[in-house]
Design a protein around this ligand. Structure first.
Ligand SMILES: [Zn+2]
Ligand SMILES: [Zn+2]
Length: 388
């Protein structure tokens, strides 16, 4: 294997590792070795260093060849494209992802109501010794419960949660733009360089009269060998950019659905229970009397309230009255996810506001007395422990 072959092999390995990093947490790969390996603590740390080295290294290989050939405007946009991923990476790492602590819990409790499906009031985290706010999840790597936990990201070496989800999305978008820009610019420079020696060769379309595929690849590899740094970095950018776009669009799709990776996994478990006939629902009054303010915030800024309670049983029979589960009326079997509303989906734009604007108020709900709201806001400001 020549030097170019070795470099291409390294590029394929890096692309594969990127794939594992991004997609290893998907439900489809949950029970595979890929899902396990990516969460070993040493792997978590190594991946972050590794990606920084690959990103910085590619730029060092790339820029000395490309820089003198760029117009002033392209230089400016190139500098911006290179800088932004580092800025967003820093912000995503440095921001508090939404750690649930005695100081923050009052505020985090007022963000979302319990949906009485995935999240029920009265559940405690035994490690943090605090109630679990709606949409939160305990992360064993961060050693905290995280508000609106999405997933623990090994690229930023932190959880993606309520406090940094927006920085994470901007990091993905800026990195996707950088790799696409890098690949397009790199191959156009390479192509111009090759055409200076072989005018009949063109990057696209590759099939000119008299140009066979093997000759096209041969000339391209000679061109890459002459500009090895630029060629290798551009090839890496070309292979990685669809992965990053794919992951960014998937993350945006979750925002569109008003859900998180964590909740997607929970819903996929519900789906199995529904198909097996173990899931039941009944009516839940929004102004219910039985709300226990020890476990459930009396007010949240969220403009929707659960209308039904969803439970699973072990025997396929509806819950018995002596279990004293909230709600009223008869239990009905739930057969499909289509029959269930997602309380946390307010439509794409509102979901996006929820991600990008911290504590976005969404207006107040008419049924809440203003005194109740003021009392709760005062408690939030003081940062006192929840429950009071
Ligand atoms: Zn916890
Ligand atoms: Zn974490």
């Amino acid at each position: 294997m020549g030097p170019l072959g070795k470099i291409l092999a390294v590029i394929f390995v890096i692309s594969f590792m990127t794939f594992v990093t991004f997609f290893g947490r998907l439900p489809a790969l949950r029970n595979t070795p890929i899902a396990e390996v990516r969460l070993w603590p040493s792997v978590v740390f190594a991946v972050q260093i590794f990606f920084l080295v690959v990103l910085g290294g590619s730029e060092i290989l790339y820029m000395p060849t490309a820089w003198p050939l760029l117009s002033p405007f392209t230089k400016l946009t190139a500098l911006l494209a290179i800088a932004l991923p580092y800025v967003f990476l820093y912000l995503a790492c440095a921001a508090d992802p939404g750690y649930v602590t005695p100081e923050t819990i009052a505020r985090l409790m007022s963000l979302y109501p319990y949906d009485y499906a995935l999240f029920h009031p009265g559940r405690f985290c035994r490690t943090c010794n605090l109630p679990k706010p709606p949409r939160s999840k305990h992360c064993s790597i961060c050693k905290h419960c995280i508000a609106r936990a999405d997933h623990h990201c090994i690229f930023i070496n932190s959880c993606v949660g309520y406090g940094n989800h927006h920085w994470f999305l901007l990091l993905l978008l800026s990195t996707a733009v950088l790799t696409t820009y890098g690949a397009v610019l790199g191959f156009s420079i390479l192509s111009a360089d090759i055409r200076a020696s072989w005018p009949a060769w063109s990057l696209w379309p590759p099939s000119n009269p008299g140009m066979t595929w093997s000759r096209w690849v041969g000339i391209l590899s000679v061109g890459m060998r002459i500009n090895l740094g630029l060629g290798a970095a551009s090839m890496l950018a070309l292979l990685i950019s669809p992965l990053i776009w794919g992951f960014f669009l998937y993350s945006l799709y979750l925002v569109y659905c008003g859900t998180t990776t964590n909740e997607t996994l929970k819903w996929s478990e519900w789906k199995e229970d529904m198909q097996d006939g173990y899931a039941f629902a009944r009516h839940l009054s929004p102004n219910r009397e039985q709300r226990n303010v020890q476990f459930e915030p009396p007010w949240t800024r969220w403009p929707a309230q659960p209308g039904r309670i969803l439970v699973t049983t072990n025997d396929g029979q509806p819950p018995r009255p002596e279990q004293q589960i909230p709600g009223e009326g008869a239990w009905e079997p739930v057969k499909s996810l289509k029959d269930v509303d997602n309380l946390y989906d307010l439509g794409f734009w509102n979901n996006l506001k929820d991600i990008f604007i911290q504590d976005y108020p969404f207006g107040s709900r008419p049924e809440e007395p203003p005194s109740e709201r003021r009392r709760w806001e005062g408690r939030t400001r003081n940062g006192t422990r929840y429950p009071p």
